[in-house]
Design a binder for this molecule. Structure first.
Ligand code: GRF
Length: 203
């Protein structure tokens, strides 16, 4: 079973649900996250652990971990979860914590990835699903989707094309995990049965 952590819109959460993956709960770091209503409307149990209510990152992460553990998930999927997690939290969910990031990592970790990709003049951009390690937006790469950058692209247009691919690769990655097909060896992920870990977007 999967617990999904969100902070906002929740479109990746929806993609995981649409794929029919076994999601036992959705937990948000913000009570006003749009994705919470969408999850509840689909009959998925929801929870809120507001980071503002805690004095330290450690206290927040401990409360979050306790809430997650209530559902005993095999996989914890970060889907637009906007909090940096402590090393202790990451260690507790080691090799069962996935994140989706809107760039071709290791390029452009952090925020505003589409603006930064345009400013750097890269010709190829995209998104990455990776296992979470203590270093922000790093960790073994499960799958990437590559999107061509157009000469006249705006950050919003590029973000929309990347987001479409996020919705393709995250359910694939989570499905592989649930089916026990992911193998991590020396920091490199392979998929049993050799499924393609690269998607090249047509648009
Ligand atoms: C996505 O672009 C995801 O890659 C990033 O935050 C955004 C969340 O969007 N981590 P949504 O909440 O899944 O719609």
């Amino acid at each position: 079973m999967i617990v999904i952590l969100i902070s906002g819109r929740g479109s990746n959460m929806q993609a995981l649900l649409d794929a029919g993956l076994p999601v036992s709960a959705v937990i948000s770091s913000r009570a006003d996250a749009q994705g919470l209503q969408a999850a509840a409307a689909r009959g998925i149990p929801t929870g809120v652990v507001e980071h503002r209510a805690f004095g330290s990152r450690e206290a927040f992460d401990a409360a979050l971990a306790a809430e997650i553990d209530r559902f005993e998930p095999r996989l914890v999927a970060l889907a637009g979860f906007m909090r940096v997690l402590t090393p202790g939290f990451v260690a507790r969910f080691r090799e069962r914590l996935l994140n989706i990031h809107p760039s071709l990592l290791p390029a452009f970790p952090g925020l505003n990835t589409h603006e930064r990709a345009l400013a750097a003049g890269v010709k190829l951009h995209g998104c990455t699903v990776h296992f979470v390690t203590a270093e922000l937006d790093h960790g073994p790469i499960v799958i990437q989707a590559a999107v061509r950058v157009r000469p006249d692209d705006s950050a919003a247009a590029l973000a929309a094309r990347v987001l479409r691919q996020e919705h393709v690769i995250y359910p694939k990655a989570a499905g592989w995990f649930i089916d026990n097909r992911l193998v991590i060896s020396s920091g490199v992920v392979s998929v049993k049965g050799n499924d393609a870990q690269l998607v090249l977007a047509a648009d």
